[in-house]
Design a protein around this ligand. Structure first.
Ligand code: B12
Length: 342
């Protein structure tokens, strides 16, 4: 397939989305959907397209499957049946066929067919939820929502008293809690403001706990850690950075939504042993690749190790190799072992 033909530009996304929306509308009855449902569908078509394009670019139907499984529950939330989910993806294929041609449409259809098959498997495993800390997690959510901040601190103190260490509290308690919050938001059981309230308070506690921890002697290694440009999910990377600092690393945590040039300039300025990049949303993967290529183009950075992680890479375990990263880790211990060895 000619990859160039599928290049994602804001112009062709708008063009194909509009075309696909026309095609979709021509297949539905006049009063089939409310205004709110139609504006959701228009937004959904745009994301269908971005994910289809990016999956083709990175040859990753796994990412598209995760997106389809997730979109399915969003369609349920907006009371739109599965049939229309299929119709909305078919409209994308039709639009690609009309704008680009048969070859491109066939390639897109092939990856979508595979992704739809996979998404059925994901959907059946979605309800299996880790039960560890479930009771404490429910208590914690209720405390934040009733503005009982002392109550949340008490829950964390109890976990320490029971012998859990900071790493377990970070990843098993806060990690599972945030996963649950995500599912509750997805199903409409939490509003956006409630989700923000819980995430914001949790981020505060994550920082507070690390400031109280006993730090190891500095080991002389420097790490720069950033989220990919356009990426807003930073909590996972923040936990990792706090632990690395406790374990003796000099860490520069840049956080989320940093422009590409700024990241590259910061790395050139600090010349760290390692650069960590986090991506949770697949639409930031192209930028991760650009950063890796740019940093590698500088002779001064020839020894730098670039490590990626986050939800995107957890979904497709081979993606990191396609981007030219040196390593991928899905948990702190694997990452630390690697960093200790370089
Ligand atoms: C909090 C949150 C937000 C917050 C983030 C705030 C912040 N300060 O970070 C806000 C409100 C901004 C947000 C926005 C969005 N979000 Co959100 N969000 C979440 C939520 C609830 C928690 C994320 C989190 O912190 N998880 C906990 C951490 C510990 O997990 P983690 O990030 O995966 O990190 C682990 C590993 O991946 C690893 N790791 C992470 N980074 C790195 C890096 C390296 C180098 C290494 C080695 C390891 C590593 O470390 C951790 C170890 O356990 C998730 C739910 C979920 N299941 O995660 C949804 C979720 C990720 N969001 C989702 C969505 C859809 C969105 C939005 C598109 C919503 C919207 N319509 O606006 C936007 C996208 C914004 C953007 N451009 O990025 C979906 C994604 C679905 C999908 N299949 O694509 C999820 C899964 C919610 C859901 N169930 O529907 N979100």
């Amino acid at each position: 397939m000619n990859r160039q033909a599928f290049e994602v530009t804001s112009t062709n996304i708008e063009l194909i989305t509009r075309k696909a929306f026309q095609i979709f509308q021509s297949q539905i009855a006049e009063n089939e959907f409310s205004e709110q449902q139609l504006s959701f569908l228009l937004e959904a078509l745009k994301y269908h397209l971005i994910y289809t394009f990016e999956s083709l670019n990175f040859d990753s139907e796994l990412i598209l499957s995760d997106y389809i499984a997730w979109t399915e529950s969003m369609f349920e939330k907006f009371n739109i049946s599965y049939d229309f989910l299929i119709k909305s993806f078919s409209a994308i294929i039709f639009a690609i066929r009309q704008i680009y041609g048969d070859d491109e449409a066939d390639v897109a259809k092939r990856i979508l067919d595979l992704a739809f098959l996979n998404s059925r498997i994901l959907k059946t495993t979605e309800t299996i939820f880790r039960l560890k800390f479930e009771e404490d997690i429910n208590r914690y959510i209720n405390c934040v929502l009733s503005y009982d901040r002392i109550g949340t601190q008490r829950i964390i103190e109890e976990l320490f008293e029971k012998g859990y260490d900071l790493k377990t509290i970070y990843f098993d308690f806060f990690g599972t809690l945030l996963e649950k919050v995500g599912l509750m938001w997805q199903k409409g059981d939490l509003s956006i403001s409630e989700e923000h309230l819980i995430t914001g308070w949790t981020e505060f506690l994550i920082t507070e706990l690390s400031t109280k921890a006993q730090k190891s002697k500095k080991n002389g290694k420097t790490v720069v850690a950033t989220c990919a440009p356009k990426e807003l999910h930073e909590v996972g990377l923040k936990m990792i950075c706090n632990l690395l600092e406790i374990d003796g690393y000099e860490v520069f945590f840049l956080g989320s939504n940093i422009p590409y040039n700024d990241i590259v300039n910061f790395v050139l300025n600090k010349s760290p042993e390692a650069l960590l990049i986090s991506s949770s949303m697949f639409f930031s993967v192209g930028e991760v690749k650009n950063i890796i290529e740019k940093v590698r183009s500088f002779e001064t950075e020839k020894d730098i190790k670039i490590i990626v992680g986050g939800r995107t890479f957890d979904m497709d375990k081979n993606l990191w190799k396609k981007l030219g990263a040196d390593f991928y880790a899905n948990n702190y211990n694997k990452l630390k072992d690697y960093l200790d060895s370089i």
